[in-house]
Write a protein that binds this ligand. Sequence first.
Ligand SMILES: [Mg+2]
Length: 291
Amino acid sequence: MNNEALVGSDDSPFFVIFTDLDATLLDHVTYEWKKAESALKACKQKKIPVVMVSSKTRAEMDILRQELDFSSPFIFENGGGIFFPDNCPVSPPAEAIREEPGFRWPLGPSYERLTYVLQQIKKELGWDIRGFSEMDIGEISRLTGLDPEQARLAGMRDYDEPFILEPQNNSRIQSLVDKAERWGLKISRGGRFFHIHGKYDKGDAVRKLITWYGEAHGPIFSAALGDSPNDFTMLKQVDQPVLIRSNMDFPGIRQELPGLIIPQATGPEGWNTAVLEILEKKADGGLSRYV
Ligand SMILES: [Mg+2]
């Protein structure tokens, strides 16, 4: 990798930053991003795209995109799709579908398929399974703790169906995983919900966008920031991985991700430090690890 110059001169690689949202760019409790403001401003000034990568829906993320005034694409529902806003400086790929206010690039199986398969599994097992598609906004709001408007946006699913299973036990979960596998789908476990979705992850979508940016800009230097295991697939795809601290310990993570940066501060404050540090190292003519 050429660390001589990341951005700023014509022959340097085009710099792209990928970032998780919750507990990374956004504070875990307040969902605020203001502590990352100076690094975000520096990125805007240097025309470095910041690509949001999250389990949130397109509708939820588009609101944040407008608030942050980003024109870069974003990866939603854990890599199920990529959204290109109308003000995106580079044209979306030909496979992208028009969806106001931009274009949606579908990567995962459709929501119709996911809900159909979940119903088949429910019939076969005869268990008490309830997906978001069977709930009204009031029920989603009650289960998630989101206010009704946020619950409405969280319910606008394209590539992932959250569901509850009552009661839960490990053998039941294994049966669900096996059934989904037979349909070519995956089950993941979140905090409150299980999810049924296609066989892809954040890293697959990040790889696709790095290729897409490469077609427009030539050589790419990429960084990614995340705090939890479902971010590791994307940290593995980039030149400069950054782990934002959480209450979890990941022994051996430095061996797995060479050159990993772990800022001292958590959330958007850590985001700010790490991104400014990467930009500064670039200005100094090289990148090195810091603790
Ligand atoms: Mg997170």
